[in-house]
Design a protein around this ligand. Structure first.
Ligand code: PLP
Length: 426
């Protein structure tokens, strides 16, 4: 039987009582979650956080090296701009779709200054409530049932889960240490390229800390053109770079605007993870599709937060420099201390993650469990980022040096070393 919504209005009549039954019937059915929901696992970092909280509840002094959330505060001039903006009632209303004109113009000016590329603020820039949202909605705007999305493995989990939510099929491009954590585009089978609609990459990379140069980006743009793909570059860590390395934008490649969009966030650059603000730039057709899908499901960023964002773009960069120096100090401490525990690896040149091998013969899950149970240290298992993460774990640099030192001391005390498995066998 077809039921019009009007029939669901409860009334006093005999028919009204029937309608009540219909409502309760629907009520029960509505509790059955969608097949779409059942197709994805719980968000991995929410699960890891549950384990951390359980350990805290047991009284463990947990050191959380699992998070990717800057420990330093948002710069003062940004917070001050927010204070000022929040007092203005004009900012309390619904913001415009796609970001305010002022915000989009400030984005375009920042992009020009930082990368030397030109974006039209009217058609080639759109606001995002963080790049996590932007990744999801880009996938929603371009992936249909059965379409392939070429994604890195390991990767930030949203690439895979949103592809599945869209009814698409993720194809994993392995990021291997011997290839400097860049995907081997030539190894992707021709039939996969044919069914693919989208390719997603992220450099500087989470979780591997791999970096890309313009030569790789040129290859990527040519690949996207050849196979008619939208190329989506997640540039969340553009400013978190060290030792003279400067991260390029995909748009430094000539002609990239024909096929690419790039997602940026203020989360990591300006210690603004809680504020939820970012932006996408690039191909006007892709930007239009992204902002159009967004206008149907969200109503943009609080205007006052957009003014804070403008203050971040236009303000001094000394806070970025100070934070990077802090990450370098922590990195150097980690390199020194982990070396004593048997780990040998190249110091990272970007991001605040170290992608490290688990002790020989030990799975990622096994190692993450030992770290929490024995030493009270949270590290995500590599498999949290995809099957290619097996044999790795990620260690973040988001806690201060004393806490990091404490973590390495605990590892030493509990004999958590790179060769612990071998030793255990003897
Ligand atoms: C942190 C992170 C994001 C999400 O950032 P938000 O802007 O806070 O949503 C997206 N991609 C990668 C690779 C990240 O590490």
């Amino acid at each position: 039987m077809e039921r019009s919504p009007r029939q669901l209005v409860p009334g006093q009549s005999e028919r009204g009582r029937d309608v009540h039954r219909v409502i309760s019937h629907i009520g029960v059915r509505a509790m059955e979650i969608s097949k779409r929901m059942k197709s994805i696992p719980p968000y991995i970092f929410a699960e890891i956080d549950k384990k951390r909280q359980a350990a805290v509840a047991r009284g463990v002094d947990v050191i959380n090296l699992g998070i990717g959330d800057p420990d330093q505060p948002t710069p003062k001039h940004v917070v001050d701009a927010m204070h000022k903006a929040i007092d203005n009632p004009a900012n309390h209303k619904y913001p415009p779709f796609g970001g305010t004109k002022e915000y989009r113009e400030a984005v375009a000016a920042w992009i020009k200054k930082r990368f030397g590329v030109t974006m039209d603020p009217a058609t080639e820039v759109t606001s995002l409530i963080g790049s996590k949202e932007g990744l999801h909605n880009t996938i929603m705007a371009f992936i249909d049932e059965g379409d392939i999305n070429l994604i890195p493995d390991p990767a930030y989990p949203v690439y895979k889960t949103s592809t599945i939510l869209a009814g698409g099929e993720p194809y994993f491009m392995p990021l291997l240490e011997e290839n400097n954590f860049l995907p081997d585009l030539d190894a992707i089978p021709a039939d996969v390229c044919k069914k693919a609609k989208l390719i997603m990459v992220n450099y500087p990379n989470n979780p591997t800390a791999g970096v890309a140069d313009l030569k790789f980006f040129e290859k990527l743009v040519a690949f996207a053109k050849k196979h008619d793909l939208l190329l989506c570059h997640d540039l969340s860590y553009s400013e978190m770079t060290y030792d003279g390395y400067k991260a390029p934008s995909i748009f430094e490649v000539e002609g990239a605007k024909d096929v690419a969009i790039e997602l940026h966030t203020l989360s990591k650059t300006y210690n603004m993870t809680g504020w939820r603000i970012g932006f996408a730039i690039g191909n006007p057709v892709a930007i239009k599709a992204l902002s159009s899908i967004k206008s149907n499901v969200d109503t943009d960023i609080f205007r006052a937060v957009q003014f804070a964002g403008i203050a971040a773009f236009e303000g001094p960069t000394d806070e970025i420099k100070r934070c990077n120096e802090l990450y370098i100090e922590r990195r150097d401490l980690a390199v020194k201390e982990l070396k004593k525990l048997g780990w040998d690896f190249k110091p990272i040149r970007a991001t605040f993650y170290m992608w490290l091998r688990t002790p020989e013969g030990m799975s990622s899950a096994e190692f993450a469990e030992i770290m929490l149970d024995k030493a009270g240290i949270v590290v995500p298992p590599g498999t949290a980022y995809g099957p290619g993460g097996e044999g790795f774990f990620r260690m973040g640099l988001c806690v201060d040096k004393d806490r990091m030192k404490e973590a390495f001391d605990r590892m030493a005390k509990h004999e958590i070393t790179f060769d612990m498995k071998k030793k255990a066998k003897v």
